[in-house]
Design a binder for this molecule. Structure first.
Ligand code: PAF
Length: 282
């Protein structure tokens, strides 16, 4: 596996791949890699000649400075994990000036409204920050395919819109959520949970599964009330939001219509760790 720490050497590598007409699969990350990331590379390896990953903790997508500061940074272990996985041909670890040569500004995007729902409402500017970094990485990596986890389902939808708005010829692939045995969705943030907190956090996925069952017979307001009650009983967990939304518009639904797809979305704060999860309702 090759490791690139600056834009110049990385651009030369990409130019060579393009010259050889190699099909590139790309999975951008912010590091602190776990089995969920590995599943992105596994998927990428199936459909591409070359798999590239990037590691860059992107400051413009954090609206909370404390969250940015506390974000786990484990570059050496990450590079080792990537090498050991034998799934990745190259990792790009750009410097801030490689991504933001003109200062750390977010671009502003119109994603048709989905950017204002859920995480967009809870974290103002977040999706402009994600769009800015992913656009720049896409321009530098020039992938044919790009892979994103469904854990950040809204982000996946935003990236699909990004390539549409910018008319980039990149196919976006969503990869299923990878879960711990307890059901807890894998996330780099889980590293900040104690073992006890990890155990109690398994209630998040249990609740989502109950919601899936209940949604067949019970009204959405009643389900929401039940979810609030579950988390009211948990001293160390605070439910930030729970909603059932249309998978296309990401708008909260008040009732289920036959011909649409819905997903339950949840954000829970465990101490000062913000955990996010979702489940498609069948
Ligand atoms: O999902 C992430 O890790 C980040 O939001 C991404 C897509 C790498 C952009 O910084």
């Amino acid at each position: 596996m090759q490791t690139f720490y600056d834009k110049n050497s990385f651009s030369k590598y990409i130019a060579e791949l393009k010259e050889k007409k190699k099909k590139i699969g790309f999975a951008p990350t912010m590091g602190a890699l776990h089995a969920g990331h590995i599943s992105l590379y596994q998927e990428a390896q199936k459909h591409n000649d070359i798999v590239i990953s990037s590691i860059f903790v992107n400051p413009t997508q954090f609206n909370n400075p404390e969250d940015l500061e506390k974000y786990p940074r484990t570059i050496e272990e990450d590079v080792k994990k990537l090498g050991d996985s034998k799934l990745v041909d190259a990792v790009y670890i750009p410097r801030v000036e490689d991504i933001y040569p003109n200062g750390m500004e977010r671009k502003h995007y119109d994603f048709g409204g989905i950017e204002n729902e859920m995480e967009g409402a809870a974290r103002p500017g977040h999706f402009d920050g994600v769009g800015t970094v992913v656009e720049e990485l896409f321009r530098q990596v020039q992938p044919d395919n790009a892979y994103f986890g469904e854990k950040d389902f809204q982000q996946l939808k935003i990236i699909e819109k990004l390539v549409e708005v910018l008319d980039l010829k990149i196919k976006i692939h969503g990869v299923k959520i990878h879960r711990e045995e307890s059901g807890l969705a894998m996330s780099s943030r889980n590293m900040r949970l104690s073992n006890e907190e990890k155990k109690t956090s398994s209630i998040i996925y249990k609740t989502l599964k109950q919601v899936n069952e209940k949604s067949k017979t019970t009204s959405i307001p009643t389900i929401k009330e039940r979810v609030s009650q579950i988390f009211d009983k948990e001293d160390d967990m605070e439910l930030e939001y729970f909603m059932i939304a249309d998978e296309e518009t990401l708008k909260e639904a008040d009732f289920i219509s036959e011909n649409k797809n819905y997903r339950a979305f949840i954000v829970v704060n465990v101490g000062n760790v913000r955990l996010i999860d979702n489940l498609h309702l069948d």
